[in-house]
Design a protein around this ligand. Structure first.
Ligand code: FES
Ligand code: FES
Length: 161
């Protein structure tokens, strides 16, 4: 078990979007704060801060996690992918393009987490049914409308990938 004195910082090494970063952080620092405040990767959003909304979803070692629920020290030595890591050479990822083309973006606040979760879902199940899509994104809350265009976008993305 890691024992740290009050106020002491600990070194973490985390590979984010293909780049290794080494930083000294408070052992209480959340992964989402590490990404946003230490690395300036502000695509990942904080909605609820209580593991409910999914806005903060990122991939940790290939699995989607709510980064407001993971400490930065828990990701030490690991690999994180954020929304910024999905596009290649500034070209939108097919899922991002499908969200754009299907008008699945409204406030846009929930969108990064929704897209990262869709990526994880489609990696695991490249041809999900509508029911599987709805189940796969049930941890990501969109407060503006129903999920119809989001589901359509994920179906469209599954055909593009
Ligand atoms: S901010 Fe992490 S689940 Fe809402
Ligand atoms: S589009 Fe973000 S909450 Fe609906």
């Amino acid at each position: 078990m890691l024992v740290v004195n009050k106020g002491e910082k600990v070194k973490v090494r985390i590979r984010v979007n293909g780049v290794w970063y080494e930083k000294y952080v408070s052992p209480r620092m959340l992964l989402v704060d590490f990404l946003r405040d230490e690395l300036n990767l502000t695509g990942t959003k904080v909605g609820c801060d209580t593991t409910t909304c999914g806005a903060c979803t990122v991939l940790l070692n290939g699995k989607s996690v709510k980064s407001c629920t993971v400490l930065a020290v828990q990701a030490d030595g690991g690999e994180v992918t954020t929304i910024e890591g999905l596009s290649v050479d500034s070209k939108l990822h097919p899922i991002q393009k499908a969200f754009e083309d299907n008008f699945a973006l409204q406030c846009g606040f929930c969108t990064p987490g929704m897209i990262v979760q869709s990526y994880a879902l489609l990696k695991e199940n490249p041809n999900p049914t509508e029911e599987e899509i709805r189940d796969g994104i049930h941890g990501n809350i969109c407060r503006c409308t129903g999920y119809q265009n989001i589901v359509k976008a994920i179906q469209d993305a599954s055909r593009r990938m």
